[in-house]
Design a protein around this ligand. Structure first.
Ligand SMILES: Cc1cc2nc3c(=O)[nH]c(=O)nc-3n(C[C@H](O)[C@H](O)[C@H](O)COP(=O)(O)OP(=O)(O)OC[C@H]3O[C@@H](n4cnc5c(N)ncnc54)[C@H](O)[C@@H]3O)c2cc1C
Length: 404
């Protein structure tokens, strides 16, 4: 019977049995990820014939719970798994799936997202990076910024202007670009957590192949919007692709060892935004003593717990992506404030001094970033107001909608 025809309990049982039979902490990470890819359980929300099982987000989170209960390490993670693959599933072409999916599913290739520019963030349609046709290739010139994981990535999805003569949303195309080439200069930026997880990327006569176009020429806006909507959905539930890591893991190391380091926050390098419910667990553990004696902290802890329950429910059922992304940003801020209010001096110490490896402090400092990345809170409010509630469009300097 196909897994997508199973009820929730049967999905759990089948996944759990598979993990119990196959998980081996001594197996090198690369082999474990390949085993997961071949089974379809690791990326169970991908299609049946493409390293997945075609499960809904709701059922894939059940399969993922079975994995955690079996103590098994998760599949590879990051933008390739969570954003690039779903966007190509939606917009094609098939040849890009054939070419890129195997190395994404096995964790061999890391990806990043070249959308934002110094003058194109919320107003993403203003992207100025140009793509000029040269036979079967396109020559790319421009600057991107805030590129998460750009310093680790092998490939990127790129928004570039292929026609400057049409209205701005219409002249954009969506390409795959190889980052290992002379025209690409990646310069890390340091954020307030002290890490350098995002970058500036300068593109000077970089080359993209026409066959690496996602969707149609000059229709990149639609593909980019698909990707942003997937991102908001996943951000919203703190979804981490079912996995534990977004790092450039050494694939030859024992999976159990890497899993331990990830779980205890002792990994020495890499790219690991505080995703998923781990930040909840860490924060709740920090305040567990104070909760017993301080009614205000107890109230805040219950509030954060309730918000997580609602968020997970909304996310799993794919309620409006902007609304749940906004709710996730709010939960991140709540957990930050809760930890600082009830966690005492432990929350103020340097990261190396922390029993949790500094996970709380990093999440807390990073909390405001969740309200910006993938579209700011204000933009999510606009989307919900205009597209869900049907409010009038907000006036812009170039196209006023209010009567004169
Ligand atoms: C942690 C993190 C990771 C990121 N990773 C990536 C990445 O991998 N790839 C990538 O391409 N980008 C990435 N970004 C960039 C992110 O997408 C942009 O920062 C975001 O879209 C906002 O754009 P901006 O910074 O240019 O701010 P602006 O668009 O200049 O906005 C500034 C302020 O004005 C407000 N504002 C703007 N327009 C409106 C409006 N119409 N109505 C109301 N308020 C408005 C905004 O809400 C914000 O408060 C990342 C950002 C962060 C924080």
């Amino acid at each position: 019977m196909a897994a997508d025809a199973l009820d929730d309990g049967a999905v759990y049982d089948e996944a759990r049995a598979w993990y119990e039979a196959n998980w081996d902490p001594a197996m090198p990470v690369g082999r474990w990820w390949q085993t997961l890819a071949d089974s379809g359980w690791g990326l169970s929300w991908w299609p049946n014939d493409r390293f997945g099982r075609g499960l809904s987000h709701h059922q894939s989170s059940i399969a993922d719970r079975a994995r955690r209960d079996a103590g098994a390490f998760g599949p590879p993670n990051g933008i390739g798994v969570t954003l690039v693959a779903p966007t190509i599933f939606h917009h094609g072409p098939e040849r890009l799936l054939d070419r890129f999916l195997p190395s994404i599913a096995s964790g061999e290739a890391l990806w990043c997202q070249l959308f934002s520019e110094p003058a194109a963030g919320s107003d993403l349609a203003a992207v100025a990076t140009s793509a000029t046709r040269d036979g079967d290739t396109w020559i790319i010139n421009g600057q991107k910024v805030w590129t998460s994981g750009g310093h680790l990535a092998d490939w990127a999805v790129l928004m570039a202007r292929t026609d400057a003569t049409v209205p701005k949303h219409r002249g954009i195309s969506f390409f795959i670009i190889d980052l290992h080439q002379p025209g690409v200069d990646v310069r890390p930026l340091r954020d307030m957590t002290g890490d350098s997880e995002f970058n500036e990327v300068f593109l000077t006569d970089a080359v993209v192949h026409h066959e690496d176009l996602i969707g149609e020429l000059n229709d990149g806006w639609r593909a980019a919007m698909t990707m942003l909507s997937v991102e908001r959905d996943l951000d919203a539930v703190g979804h981490d692709g079912g996995g534990d890591v977004i790092n450039d893991v050494d694939l030859s190391r024992p999976a159990g060892e890497v899993q331990y380091e990830q779980a205890h926050g002792t990994e020495s390098s890499g790219f690991s935004y505080s995703t998923g419910s781990r930040k909840d667990e860490v924060t709740m553990a920090l305040v567990s003593d104070t909760v017993a004696t301080d009614a205000v902290v107890r109230d805040a802890a219950v509030g954060a717990y309730m918000e997580r329950q609602v968020l997970d429910w909304n996310g799993a059922r794919q309620v409006n992506a902007s609304a749940v992304k906004f709710q996730n940003a709010e939960l991140c801020r709540r957990l930050r404030d809760l930890g600082f209010a009830g966690g005492g001096m432990a929350t103020q110490l340097g990261r190396a001094d922390q029993p949790d490896g500094g996970h709380f402090l990093k999440s807390a400092l990073f909390a405001q970033g969740m309200a910006i990345a993938g579209g700011t809170d204000e933009i999510q409010r606009n989307i919900v107001g205009e597209r869900v509630l049907g409010l009038p469009k907000e006036p812009t300097p170039t196209a006023p909608t209010a009567p004169a």
